[in-house]
Design a protein. Structure first.
Ligand SMILES: [Zn+2]
Length: 225
C-alpha cells in the first residue's frame, strides 16, 4: 500500500470510553482528488477523514486513528448517533452523483480493500459495522453509491454480503431494516433506497419488491447469526 502522510487539522478527541467499532466508507464527490484532499485538510472546511484513497490507489493518511475525524455528520446506526466518535472514516476519490459518477478503478478498490483489512486488524469492528455514509445518513447522503463493489470487498473479508439464496430472517421491511442497523423513523422509500445502494445495486428505486425483500431478509439473517 502506497501511504502518504498528509495531516489534516480537522479532528478532536474521541469521547471517553467509546470503542472504535464502525468503519464508514465515503466518496469525495468533488471534481478532482486533489481538490477533495485539499478540502479535507483546509481548517476552514471543518471536514476530514482518517484516510483518502486516490483513483490510482495512493492512500493519504490525514488524521490519526485515535482522534475523531469529522466525516459522518448527523448519523445513526444500530441505535447510536454521532458516529464520528466511534468510527474510522475513509474518503474514496470519485466525482460522485453531482459531478459525473463513475466506476471505482480496480487499483483504487485494491487499495481500499488493503486499507480496510489493516484497520479491521487494529480494531474490533464487526462485518455488519462496515457501512456506507448513505447507511448512517440515508436522508442526506448517497455515497459511496451503487457503483461501489461491496460484494467484492466482502469476498475479501471486508463487510458482509450474503449470497443469493442465503437463509433469510422473516419480517416486514421496516423491521428487517431496523435489525440490520438502519434508523427506522424515516420514510420507507428513503431507507430502501439506501439499502439498495448497498445490497441490490441493479435497481435503486426505493421500491420494496420481492427481490429487495429477499435481500433484506438475507442481510438481517446474516447480521444476527
Ligand atoms: Zn460521505
Amino acid at each position: 500500500m502506497r501511504l502518504i502522510d498528509a495531516p489534516s487539522p480537522n479532528h478532536d478527541a474521541r469521547p471517553e470510553g467509546v470503542a472504535i467499532d464502525t468503519l464508514v466508507l465515503h466518496y469525495t464527490g468533488m471534481r478532482s482528488g486533489a481538490e477533495a484532499i485539499a478540502r479535507l485538510r483546509d481548517p476552514a472546511s471543518r471536514v476530514s477523514s482518517h484516510y483518502a484513497v486516490e483513483e490510482d490507489g495512493a492512500v493519504f493518511r490525514l488524521v490519526p486513528e485515535d482522534r475523531r475525524a469529522w466525516h459522518a455528520g448527523v448519523s445513526h446506526w444500530r441505535g447510536n448517533t454521532g458516529l464520528n466518535g466511534r468510527s474510522i472514516g475513509i474518503e474514496i476519490v470519485n466525482p460522485g452523483h453531482e459531478w459525473g459518477y463513475r466506476p471505482f478503478p480496480a487499483l483504487q478498490m485494491a487499495a481500499v480493500c488493503d486499507l480496510c483489512l489493516a484497520i479491521l486488524g487494529r480494531h474490533p469492528i464487526a462485518p455488519r459495522d462496515v457501512v456506507a455514509h448513505s447507511d448512517i445518513a440515508p436522508d442526506r447522503k448517497e455515497d459511496p453509491g451503487e457503483l461501489f463493489d461491496w460484494e467484492g470487498l466482502a469476498a475479501n473479508g471486508v463487510g458482509l454480503f450474503p449470497a443469493v439464496g442465503a437463509p433469510r430472517a422473516a419480517g416486514d421491511a421496516l423491521g428487517l431494516l431496523g435489525a440490520i442497523g438502519y434508523r427506522t423513523d424515516l420514510p420507507l422509500a428513503v431507507l430502501i433506497t439506501a439499502f439498495q445502494r448497498r445490497w441490490q445495486q441493479a435497481r435503486v428505486d426505493g421500491v420494496t419488491d420481492a427481490q429487495t425483500l429477499a435481500r433484506l431478509g438475507a442481510v438481517a439473517f446474516a447480521v444476527t447469526s
